[in-house]
Design a protein around this ligand. Sequence first.
Ligand SMILES: C[S@@+](CC[C@H](N)C(=O)[O-])C[C@H]1O[C@@H](n2cnc3c(N)ncnc32)[C@H](O)[C@@H]1O
Length: 367
Amino acid sequence: MPDVERDTGGKPVLIFPGGMPRSLDYLRKCRSEGVAAIGASSLDYDVASTQYPNWIQLPYVNHPEFDAALAKAIRELGVGGIYSPNPVVWNHLHAVLDTLAPGVRLVNDSPIDDALAGFRAARARARELLDHPLPVTVDRPGKPAVDEVELAAMFRHAEVIPGMCDREKSCALHEIARHCVAGDLVEIGSWWGKSAFLLARLARLYDIGNLLCVDPWSNEHLVQDDATGIVDSGSAMVDAGEALAVFEMNLLPYSANHVNYLRLPSTDGATYYRSRRCVTTPRFGSVAYEGRIALLHIDGNHAQAAVNADVAAWSGLVARGGWIVLDDYMWPFGDGPRRAGDAFLAERGSEVETAFTMGGALFIRMA
Ligand SMILES: C[S@@+](CC[C@H](N)C(=O)[O-])C[C@H]1O[C@@H](n2cnc3c(N)ncnc32)[C@H](O)[C@@H]1O
């Protein structure tokens, strides 16, 4: 049974106040589930009224006649449940609804709990990571971890950026950032900027260096020739130009002078990086780089030839004590990253201090 219908016993749901953005989201949900919705407002004229099939006016919630008017509306319209994203209205209904209209439920949880849920989860995650740091085995102790709220802020903001960087991997990135030498951070493959945001923030928190993102943001470069074609057919439906705009929207507010990008395939980006120390783009301005890499995150095209090319073009620029992170080393759609990672470990194992996998990624620290 659809959610709303279950909450209201198949009767109409009253949405009050009907004009708040989350009310309108809920109205859409009612429509898609075929449940009748009645909008309500205390305003004399509410522009949202035209969006509802049925609309009523109620007194303000603090008006002495509110409870009686609501009880009457519930009775006359056969309302089965009420949705309210307004904390004052919700709290009042939570206190009186049982008495006013037994059997009629508030169909949503407390709007305050709802608004804070993501922040609370991020704090809990930060606390958990601080209490149980991942055991990264390197010779020297890392920098002291930042405090719970700083870490939670990073997790919280990363959470709202869509993309492909799971929680395990972001915890591991935090841990290696504490054990990172100074230098540039380079990301091959940034798309909407989820992992780039994490790297940019970690670079600040642990004073590592500036972040350079290298990505062509072109549909042509999304083709990976995966065995079943399922990845490529999904990629064909996205707009790489739009992805760059989304990347900028996600990174710009946090980037002041320490993040920039090259809209180039990784091999051309490496040629640029080897010969120049400054990157300028219209929105991010000019950012200076050191020319030695403290943290290299490879998350570009996953076809084996492409990952090999990324490793060949960039790994030689990683500083001693620097990290290489090869994303999707364990990947259900192909083995390009795994083969490239294994080949790197076979060829350059003697220069590697430690290597481990977490969240599907291979983490390598150069000796
Ligand atoms: C898996 S996505 C990156 C996901 C991103 N790191 C995140 O956190 O969500 C792969 C990206 O690699 C980029 N890419 C493809 N070919 C590339 C190449 N030759 N050099 C650099 N990036 C490339 C694509 O444009 C795409 O943005």
